[in-house]
Design a protein around this ligand. Structure first.
Ligand SMILES: CC(C)[C@H](C(=O)O)[C@@H](O)C(=O)O
Ligand code: SF4
Length: 471
């Protein structure tokens, strides 16, 4: 029987395999950031160990960095300590670091592909759940915990339970691909399979609806695999993948030789079997908006806020969960989504802060103004994205419309830096998690695509962007 792409990459990286126990897997790339690495480096020091492959380890600072006034000292004590600690650790252990002043600084999952560090067929780990993003390039990319970070630093290997394989087919063609985006595809998938639908699996996204997507859109899909409970998500590389990585700063010298190998080998065999399957038809899907406190609590923008009774047929826990979510979100069942007013807009994060996301959002914003009741910000995913956007004049479009134009970082995706919601504030956000308090204590998050967020900023409430001219 043939093998899936996941099994091929897995088999090529197994160092030790025993029946019914985890396997030891070789790791090709280790990405490091300031939040999950300090104890790992302390562990190495305590045991008098070195980093085994500093040349395969790369660090950036993203979660704690302020996104304005980079020249000033960082006032927040925790953030300042995290950042200084990463600087010291990278210096002591000989690891390349893209620090706050580097032109390569940015969110770890944005800079990996952009610099050509992320490559097809490789294993990539990072102490961060959204490492699944790199799977868009046909890499097997896992988020790991801090003790595993230490293990990888010390040995360049990782003990892993072999996940099951899950095929998600995305079939059909979107009628308006500017209005119905990759974010709407992945939110629809999570809405349908649930936040535990992918538990214990590696998802391979396949089908016309996936191959039609650009590389940056594919990253949005793989990024949120983790929100469906999966260990990782991947997409077989194709000519778009090879073209995207060609000539980047860290792309290997023998690139064309590698491309020939990848083209031949990095695909699921036609007779391979997946352990789980799901198909989504996208011809008629609508822009999505989350209404609750997990990414599965999502509906079409044309729908109304659901009632806990809608979930009564499921288990009682679902009904209770819906009640609790509605209360936290301060929403009334039956309210049309398009009538929900928002206070803040955040266009950023490793899900949706790449150049293409900003280009698409700018089409909505051009020549318009942010609603007077809304505070809106754009936080590019990396310094490189920021620079490229500025070269295209996007900063001007956003600033003219009264958006704030910031420096790169995780920013308001999670409350680990000064960019947070005030209690009770409602935000249209292009990030990936809408958990209670995620963007600041008492803050209310609605997950949407960049064009939906931009339109919400302009109108002050959610709108169906299919009704706008986005070409
Ligand atoms: C801080 C980090 C460990 C965390 C993660 O693992 O995902 C963060 O990036 C997030 O998105 O919640
Ligand atoms: S942007 Fe958000 S989801 Fe992505 S790594 Fe940063 S905090 Fe995590």
């Amino acid at each position: 029987m043939g093998k899936t792409l996941f099994e091929k990459i897995w088999d090529a990286h197994v160092v030790v395999e025993k029946e019914n126990s985890p396997s030891l897997i070789y790791i090709d790339r280790h990405l490091v950031h300031e939040v999950t690495s300090p104890q790992a480096f302390d562990g190495l020091r305590m045991n008098n160990r070195k980093v085994r492959r500093p040349d395969l380890t790369i660090a950036t600072m993203d979660h704690n960095v302020p996104t304005n006034n980079r020249g000033l000292p960082i006032l927040d004590q925790t953030s300042s300590v995290q950042i200084q600690t990463l600087e010291k650790n990278c210096k002591d252990f000989g690891i390349k670091l893209f620090d706050i002043n580097s032109p390569n600084q940015g969110i770890v999952h944005v800079i990996g592909p952009q610099l050509g560090i992320t490559l097809p067929g490789t294993t990539i780990v990072c102490g961060d759940s959204h490492t699944s993003t790199h799977g868009a390039f046909g890499a097997l990319a896992f988020g790991i915990g801090t003790s595993e970070v230490e293990h990888v630093l010390a040995s360049q290997t990782l003990w892993l339970e072999k996940p099951k394989s899950f095929e998600i087919k995305v079939e059909g063609k979107r009628k308006n691909p500017h209005a119905v985006t990759a974010k709407d595809i992945i939110l629809s998938i999570i809405k349908n399979i649930g936040t535990s639908g992918g538990n214990g699996t590696v998802i391979e996204y396949r089908g016309e609806g996936i191959s039609d997507l650009s590389m940056e859109q594919r990253m949005t899909i793989c990024n949120m695999s983790i929100e469906a409970g999966a260990r990782a998500g991947l997409i077989a590389p194709d000519e778009k993948t090879f073209e995207y990585l060609r000539g980047r700063q860290y792309t290997p010298k023998n690139y064309e030789f590698l491309v020939d190998y990848w083209r031949e080998n990095l695909k699921t065999d036609s007779d391979a079997k997946f352990e789980k399957n799901y198909t989504l038809h996208i011809d008629d899907i609508a822009p999505q908006v989350s209404w609750g406190t997990n990414p599965g609590m999502t509906i079409d923008v044309t729908e109304s806020v659901p009632s806990p009774e809608d979930f009564a047929k499921g288990d009682q826990n679902q009904k209770k969960g819906a009640e609790k979510a509605l209360e936290y979100m301060n929403l009334k069942s039956g309210t049309p989504m398009t009538e929900i007013k928002i206070d803040r807009v955040f266009i950023g994060s490793c899900t949706n802060a790449r150049l293409e996301d900003l280009i698409e959002a700018s089409k909505v914003v051009k020549g318009r103004k942010v609603s007077p009741n809304v505070k809106a910000m754009i936080v590019p995913g990396s310094q490189m994205v920021k620079k490229q956007a500025e070269e295209l004049g996007l900063d001007k479009i956003f600033i003219d419309a009264n958006f704030e134009w910031r420096e790169s970082g995780c920013s308001m995706c999670l409350g680990m830096n000064p960019d947070i919601l005030s209690p009770g504030e409602r935000c249209a956000s292009t990030s990936n998690r809408n958990f209670e308090g995620r963007q600041g204590t008492g803050g209310r998050t609605h997950l949407v695509s960049p064009v939906m967020a931009a339109a919400a900023a302009i109108f002050g409430h959610f709108v169906d962007v299919r009704e706008m001219d986005l070409n």
